[in-house]
Design a protein around this ligand. Structure first.
Ligand code: NDP
Length: 313
């Protein structure tokens, strides 16, 4: 029987972290293969203008930037496969992975960079106005609506951080909190309450985001009084949490209670030898393209060191 090929390095996920890991790994002769997963390009493919990624002085469209990343990774020999890995066996030392089609792939090193997905409200108007004033990232998109009234949905640290950020560029930020208390840390709550231009709407949920081609208000529902009100906002930032895309790895590597992969501080090392994690699947705080790319570089360097120490490379 033909012996199965054991690859040096597989990279799971094709966002900024996965492609950057590909660039570094290919240049280090690790012959990496990227399995893109279900959303090649990751979260940036549902963004429009990216203005905070260094190297693009005029800004760039999210999908275009991800194309650039892919081309750069391929230029050095990274193979990009548009397939999904949905099952793994990390008993090791050789790691086994399966595509949704049932093909088994083996590798010495695996870099998990499967990202996270923003949690959305799930109402039709939200989907219709996505990128037309509806966003899940104030740092990315807030600037486009500076000087205008805005709304932020959520009562966690992310929502409050977004509200505080926006309060510096907007005359009025409406924070929509669905209960009569917030989940966010006390210090963040104190800061938000102190901000003169942040209006907290308690027990309030989004009923409908208004507008056809762009956001032109949000109709909110007070859950106690059943009263509906229209707020004249031009942007709605949904910050109700993220879901790390780590389901297939559950039980194989250490994760926190929300499913984020635990890495050794200052590295991409997981608790399993030869398995590395980069980008949003292991980062619940920063979640930026630039930080994801940085951690992708770290993961490739860590994987290279691992393969060298094992005398595989
Ligand atoms: P969280 O899960 O902490 O908070 C989600 C918030 O969204 C909650 O207020 C929740 O309400 C609300 N929510 C959920 N679903 C809906 C819905 N359908 N409609 C309206 N509201 C909804 O997520 P975060 O992203 O804020 O934070 C994730 C983790 O990251 C936390 O541990 C947080 O502390 C951490 N973090 C830390 C930061 C920092 O230290 N600088 C910055 C950002 C995040 P309810 O409470 O009713 O469930």
């Amino acid at each position: 029987m033909e012996e199965k090929q054991i690859h040096n390095c597989l990279i799971l996920g094709a966002g900024p972290s996965g492609y950057t890991a590909g660039i570094y790994a290919a240049r280090a002769s690790m012959t990496p293969i990227i399995f893109t997963g279900p959303q090649p390009g990751g979260q940036l493919t549902i963004t429009t203008d990216v203005e905070n990624y260094p190297g693009y002085p005029e800004g760039v469209q999210g999908p275009e930037m991800m194309e650039d990343f892919r081309k750069q990774a391929e230029r050095f020999g990274t193979v990009v496969k548009y397939e999904v890995i949905d099952k793994v066996d990390f008993t090791g030392p050789v790691h086994k992975l399966w595509t949704t089609g049932g093909e088994e792939i083996q590798a010495h090193a695996v870099i998990i960079s499967t990202g996270a997905s923003a949690r959305w409200l799930g109402i039709p108007s939200e989907e219709k106005l996505m990128n037309k004033g509806v966003s899940s990232c104030a740092v990315c998109d807030g600037f486009f609506f500076r000087g205008k009234e805005m709304a932020v949905v959520g009562g966690g640290d992310s929502a409050l951080e977004e509200a505080l950020y926006l309060s510096k560029i907007s005359p009025k930020v409406n924070l929509l909190v669905r209960r009569d208390e917030m989940r966010a840390s006390q210090i963040m709550q104190d800061r938000v309450k102190k901000a003169a231009n942040i209006d907290i709407h308690w027990n309030t949920v989004v009923d409908e985001i208004l507008g056809e081609e762009e956001v032109d208000g949000v109709r909110v529902l007070n859950r106690l009084t059943n009263e509906k009100t229209v707020l004249p906002v031009k942007a709605v930032f949904v910050a109700i949490g993220h879901i790390p895309n780590t389901q297939p790895f559950k039980g194989w590597i250490d994760m926190d209670d929300q499913g984020y992969i635990v890495t050794k501080p200052g590295s991409s090392l997981t608790n399993v030898e030869g398995i590395f994690a980069a980008g949003d699947c292991q980062d619940r705080i920063y979640r930026q393209a630039i930080t994801a790319a940085g951690s992708g570089a770290m993961a490739a360097l860590d994987a290279e060191r691992y393969l060298s120490e094992k005398e595989i490379l």
